[in-house]
Design a protein around this ligand. Structure first.
Ligand SMILES: Cc1cc2nc3c(=O)[nH]c(=O)nc-3n(C[C@H](O)[C@H](O)[C@H](O)COP(=O)(O)O)c2cc1C
Length: 189
């Protein structure tokens, strides 16, 4: 059994987090924990056809972002991997400073201090030197930075193609095997 934390923040692209939850929900032996920031909840309504309740129902456990007493707030609670998807520049800054101000920052900081797998999917454009410095600091600490940037060699045609491609790479990096998109080197259909 693998326990994976999915944190959705208020950057554009909450659909990436929703898609990742849907993929993980179909996999046996994966327990998901979901945390949504206040702005993630707003973003879900602005950018998608999902309700916040529907997104919550995709996870095995849901923790409130203000609940710093949640299990995932402690390093003694075993977690195999955490993905912040999408990661706002505010949350990236908070994690890089070690603020631990809300559960997403705290649980991310726990992953870093316990030297466990933490993946950030930062979304902003253009990126300022502040954003880049924060991300560089985290990358040097072993945090994996996987921006939702598509490749086009697989000829994506739909938004779902883009989600499949990027989230397959996220799952690869969590050590969860999947085949949602064509990989480079595979024969064209
Ligand atoms: C529709 C919408 C889109 C946004 N897109 C981004 C974005 O792509 N990247 C980003 O860093 N912030 C974005 N923001 C701003 C964040 O939501 C804001 O900084 C917020 O404080 C982040 O808080 P959180 O990290 O706790 O979710 C967006 C806000 C809205 C309303």
């Amino acid at each position: 059994m693998k326990r994976i934390v999915v944190a959705i923040t208020g950057a554009s692209g909450s659909i990436y987090g929703i898609d990742l939850l849907k993929k993980l929900q179909k996999m046996p032996d994966i327990e998901t924990w979901l945390v949504m920031s206040d702005w993630a909840k707003q973003n879900i309504v602005i950018e998608t056809d999902y309700t916040v309740e529907e997104v919550a129902s995709l996870a095995d456990q849901v923790a409130d972002n203000q609940n710093l007493a949640a299990a995932i707030s402690s390093g003694s609670f075993q977690v195999d991997g955490m993905v912040v998807v999408p990661a706002s520049m505010k949350t990236v800054a908070g994690i890089s400073l070690g603020l631990d101000q809300d559960l997403i920052m705290r649980a991310s900081g726990v992953m870093i201090k316990e030297q466990r797998k933490l993946i950030l999917m930062p979304r902003e454009t253009p990126l300022s030197a502040i954003h880049l410095e924060n991300l560089l600091k985290l990358a040097r600490l072993g945090v994996q930075i996987i921006p939702p940037i598509p490749s086009f060699y697989s000829r994506p045609e739909t938004i779902q193609d883009l989600l499949d491609q990027t989230n397959m790479r996220v799952l690869d990096n969590l050590g969860i095997s999947s085949n949602f998109a064509k990989r480079w080197g595979e024969k064209q259909a």
